[in-house]
Design a protein around this ligand. Structure first.
Ligand code: NAG
Ligand code: NAG
Ligand code: NAG
Length: 178
């Protein structure tokens, strides 16, 4: 009896290890996708990364308006993400975007005509720090100021993800032992 079950147990164990390997791979693949030495600057306590957004100046229906317009802007040879975020914060703006290595745009809102681009379109390092991405050509790495509730919401949103993963791992262990 026990002998006839052994091949099934071995098969189940191998299947479990395979699933575990796939899970581990999928959780690290997003980090491995960034091949350039410069990386998208992550969220800070005050700012949240929105995405790589299309500049709108060349779109037909915008009359040359920028994706982030109406606020202040500056171009610096020393541009870093921090400089831009602090600059936009000091001028009271809730959106900050970096473009083309050294440009920083601040605004109260992001144009609805600006579409989200693949992260690979934001591929230019900052002139002030070659380890950080400062947008791309006609592409902006956009950040938005966190409100207290947004910050709390982010933490809540992350909990279900880890719960699902924990449930998956627990289920996998049960299957392995069955
Ligand atoms: C981004 O904007 C350019 C014009 O600058 C336009 O040609 C292109 O289609 C836009 N891309 C997307 C994905 O909307
Ligand atoms: C923009 O305008 C040009 C010239 O009028 C036209 O050829 C092109 O199709 C338009 N593009 C869009 C996205 O409407
Ligand atoms: C450059 O950017 C990296 C990545 O964000 C950061 O760790 C480093 O402290 C920055 N260097 C300077 C001089 O700000």
């Amino acid at each position: 009896m026990a002998n006839s079950l052994l091949p099934m147990r071995v098969f189940a164990l191998i299947a479990c290890l395979f699933v575990a390997a796939v899970l581990a791979q999928s959780s690290t693949s997003s980090a491995a996708a960034a091949t350039s030495s410069a990386t998208i600057y992550p969220d800070t306590s005050k700012w949240q990364y929105v995405g790589c957004q299309n500049e709108t100046t060349l779109l037909n229906n915008t009359n040359g308006l920028r994706a982030l317009n109406g606020g202040t802007s500056e171009t610096l040879n020393t541009m870093t993400v921090d400089i831009c975020l602090n600059y936009c914060a000091s001028s009271g703006n809730t959106y900050a975007g970096l473009e083309y290595t050294n440009e920083c745009f601040c605004a109260q809102r992001l144009s609805a005509l600006s579409t989200k681009l693949p992260e690979s379109s934001c591929n230019l390092a900052c002139t002030g720090n070659s380890s950080q991405i400062c947008g791309g050509s006609l592409a902006l790495t956009v950040y938005t100021a966190k409100t207290t509730t947004q910050g709390a919401g982010n933490k809540v949103q992350q909990a279900p993800m880890s719960s699902v993963l924990a449930l998956g791992i627990a289920l996998g262990v049960l299957l392995c032992l069955a």
